[in-house]
Design a protein around this ligand. Structure first.
Ligand code: PGA
Length: 253
């Protein structure tokens, strides 16, 4: 597999904004201002907005989670085929907010299996909730990768993107912003995991992203010094000016 060709910037809107009209407005403001030589920009939007945003802008759309099942009696769930039929071409899997509300290793690995069956490209989110001096956070991330990717065969590698998101650095209650060195250490460990399991050559095309309080001020640093090929942006992706600024910073690296 070739080396990562194009950087990726994902905007994860979470359960925002409140209305479809606001969502379309935000997507259009972003799409209109993306530079010509841009990283790939993906919008992970709430499920009810997928179809309209897909129609309104040319950007690839991601689901924020998929059901483990493809159809059936699962009230409240949204299946991957449903999201795909509305226009989604990616999904996030295993976001920490999802894990915190019950997405166990088992659920995450079933979601991955479903994405593989449907050939749906996915962004697997991993990350520790806290750091300790003994480095057990590296094991935590390894375990998440190991259990999520156990059904992944080398032929599936083109579907995989990994987002390293230290939980302590996510959201407005983040305890602190991660440094590029903290990011790099885990990214090296993720690369080592990938090359141990699948081989270094085969996995050099798998993009690893960083996520957690990314801002226009820190975007370039993570991509330049943190060893990642892109970013997963939460809050700042709902502010078109800031998000476009982040995209521009990544485009310059
Ligand atoms: P944040 O969210 O950028 O608001 O910290 C990132 C994420 O949860 O994906």
């Amino acid at each position: 597999m070739k080396k990562v060709k194009q950087a990726i910037v994902v905007g994860n809107w979470k359960m925002n904004p409140r209305t479809l009209a606001e969502a379309i407005d935000c997507a259009k403001k972003i799409a209109r201002n993306i530079p010509k030589k841009s990283p790939k920009v993906i919008l992970a939007v709430p499920a009810p907005f997928i179809k309209d945003i897909h129609k309104a802008v040319k950007l690839p759309i991601a689901m924020q989670r998929i059901s483990t099942e493809e159809e059936g009696a699962y009230t409240g769930d949204v299946s991957a085929p449903q999201g795909m039929s509305a226009g989604a071409t990616y999904t996030l899997i295993g976001h920490s907010e999802d894990r915190a509300r019950g997405a166990t290793h088992d659920i995450v690995s079933k979601q991955v299996e479903t994405a593989l069956t449907l050939k749906l490209p996915f962004i697997l989110c991993v990350g520790e909730s806290a750091r300790d001096k003994d480095g057990t956070y590296l094991e935590t991330v390894n375990e998440q990768l190991h259990s999520a990717l156990k059904k992944l065969a080398p032929r599936h590698l083109s579907l995989l993107t990994i987002a390293y998101e230290p939980v302590w650095a996510i959201g407005k209650d983040a305890t602190k912003v991660a440094t590029s060195a903290e990011c790099l250490e885990v990214v090296i460990s993720i690369r080592r995991f990938l090359s141990d399991v699948f081989g270094a050559k085969k996995t050099e095309g798998v993009a690893i992203l960083y996520g957690g309080s990314v801002s226009p001020e820190t975007a370039k640093m993570f991509v330049k010094e943190g060893g990642v090929q892109g970013l997963l942006v939460g809050r700042e992706s709902l502010k078109p000016k800031h998000f476009v600024h982040i995209i521009n910073e990544v485009a310059q690296v």
